[in-house]
Write a protein that binds this ligand. Sequence first.
Ligand code: DC
Length: 219
Amino acid sequence: MKKINVVTIDGPSASGKGALSRSIAYRFGFDILDSGLLYRLYAFLSHLKIDSDNISEVISKDISFVAEDDSVHVIYEENEITNQLRSEDIAKIASEYSAKKEVRELLFDIQRSFYNEKGLVADGRDMGTVVFKDAKIKIFLTASTEIRAKRRYLELQNRGQEVNMPALIADIEKRDLKDSSRELSPLSPAEDAHIIDSSEMSLEEVFSVTENLINEEFI
Ligand code: DC
C-alpha cells in the first residue's frame, strides 16, 4: 500500500489528541482534521432537523472551518457554533450517531477530502484503522480515565461551561465503552500504531516523542 503524508492520532475522549494535533500541525505546517468535530456537526445539524440526505450538501456549502492560531472555528451561516459543538450534550448525541453505518459512510468521503499532499494530521477514533489506513504515521494516544476527566474539566471550565466532576467521569466512561464496543469502526489501535500512554507525560513530552517519529519516518 502506498503510504500518504498523514499522521493519524486516535484515542479515547480527552486523551489530548486535539492539543497534540494542533501542535504538530503548527510545527510541520500540516492541515488539520478534527473528525470528532464532524460527528458533532452531524449531531448538531440533525438536531436542527436537517434531513440526513442534505447534511453532506449543507456541510460543503454552508459550513466553513476556520483555522486560527492553534484552534479550529466552525462557522454555520455566518454564526460561530464551535462552543455549541464542544458541549457534552452534543458529544453524547454525536456518539449515538457515530454508531450508524450511513453516518460513518457519509462522513468518510468528507474526511478523505481533507487530505493535502503537504501533510495532514487527523484525529479521531478510526483515523488509522479505517479512514487513513494508508497514513505514514499512526499514533494511539491514551491516558487513565481520572486524568482525562481532569483535563476535560479544565477545558470546559475555561470555556465558561458548568461542569460536575463525578458526572463528567461517568459520561466519559459511558462514551468510551460505547465507542470501543460498537460494531462499526470501534475505537482500537491500528496494528501499526505507536501506542502512547500520556497519564504521566506532559503535552511537551508527548509532542517530542511524536515529533521524533515524524522526523524519522516522514517526507
Ligand atoms: O473526539 P470527540 O469527543 O469530539 O468525538 C465525538 C464523538 O464522535 C465520539 O463520542 C465518538 C465519535 N467519533 C467517532 O466515532 N469517530 C471519529 N473518528 C471521531 C469521533
